[in-house]
Write a protein that binds this ligand. Sequence first.
Ligand code: BES
Ligand code: ZN
Ligand code: ZN
Length: 491
Amino acid sequence: MQFRLTDTALQDIEADVAIGFVYEGDDGRIPGIRYWDSLTGGLASEMADRGELTGKYQSVAIVHRPAGARAARMVLVGCGSPDKVSYARWRDCAGSAWRHVRTTGTKSVAVLAPYGSGPDAGVRAVVEGIGLADFEPDVHKSANRKDSRLESVTISAEDGSPGALDRAVATVEAQNRARELVNEPGNLLPPRELATRACSLAENVGLACEVLDEQRMRSMGMGALLGVARASAFEPVMIVIRYRAEDAPSEDSPHLGLVGKAVTFDTGGISIKPSADMHLMKHDMAGGAAMVGAMLAIASLRPRVDVTAVIPSVENMPGGSAQRPGDIVTTMSGKTVEVLNTDAEGRLILADAIAYAKDQGCTHLVDAATLTGAIVVALGTTYTGLFGNDQAWVDQVVKASRAAGEKMWPMPLGEEYTALLDSPVADLANIGPRWGGAVTAAAFLEEFAGDTAWVHLDIAGTAWYEKKAPHAPVGPTGVGVPTLVELALEL
Ligand code: BES
Ligand code: ZN
Ligand code: ZN
């Protein structure tokens, strides 16, 4: 799919479909409808009078053979109140428009970029909205695939910058690569296969990719990770992807470490999960996939900062050789952990991955993990939970998330929570009491981050669309990729 910018007016672009944004005015009328009337021979007003065109957020109205434009069809997508416009809303409106015409043979699209505080937000919104909405999780269907034929998207934008376009293309492609990985089931993407896929993607864009095997991890003392992996027929791996900035950054410049949980399937282990919806635990590697995606975009956008992704990958299984509740494991950091619940496995593998990332010289860490059901109780599926041990770093990640159009909400940490992890037999237990489970999980990780600036993103509620959205199918969201790319570029 090819995206390009033009200053040709929307009505003069030859395309199968032209897309325009319309809004819902205070008086129930559509602001600027006369422009759309001029492109549709007055049909826009007629449709508005009949209630077919409302401007309501993510509503869609289609005009066939618009009299005043060269496109065969025109999609007018509602973007709600003009007072509420934002990059993220434009993105999701563009996506809704595209999902309406995606499977009707549409090869070429022309879009009039929305314009707000500047031209670039509109260009990014169109590229990312259409690119994300074009994703379908149906690669394993042998027939009836909802194939898209989209070849070209021409964006009409006065003063849109090519830099903004390139950046949006790199980000959205990376995000869709992450979604493809997350969509793969546990049988087809065990840890070693994930490593192979991640390394081939990374090496294709010139990144160095290394895979630590079980023996290597044993020699490094990663007892927490290896404990989780014990009963799986698939060997565990640690995937390490390195990006190095060209103009050698100075000694004291930051080195970003991206740590992503990649449990290729989480049964819970001996503390086994209920069977209802267990199949969704194939997406317990979404944090790791987000880091792979982010590295791909980083490789093409070349920020002036070193970035290392560390992705611990295991499968969590019950079985005769499985880790038991009550087992005590020794982490790479030397701290011992009493494993009270084998289903709290994400924090165990992340403990060793965080220690490894610090060992690699990372000065600023972000981890992303589908870590707790408790964060879904707290924030639902709208906001990612964000925790951290360094206010300036927390602020920087929150700022990046806003710029990237991803919702992330700061959550607390503190010694009261850390105390809940006390164990009578080891340095700490891997779970706390029932309440505040997302916070005690983060407090557990905090012990391993130590005094390195660290942010933890609990994406358990945001990594998967449970319901079909106007702009996306049920399935992986690719959450985290845009924020991490923004962060690397801003650092
Ligand atoms: N992978 C799960 C968390 C999860 C839940 C991800 C829902 C996505 C959607 C994690 O490993 C887990 O099982 N956590 C337990 C922790 C508990 C045992 C303290 C949980 O949240 O129930
Ligand atoms: Zn679990
Ligand atoms: Zn898990």
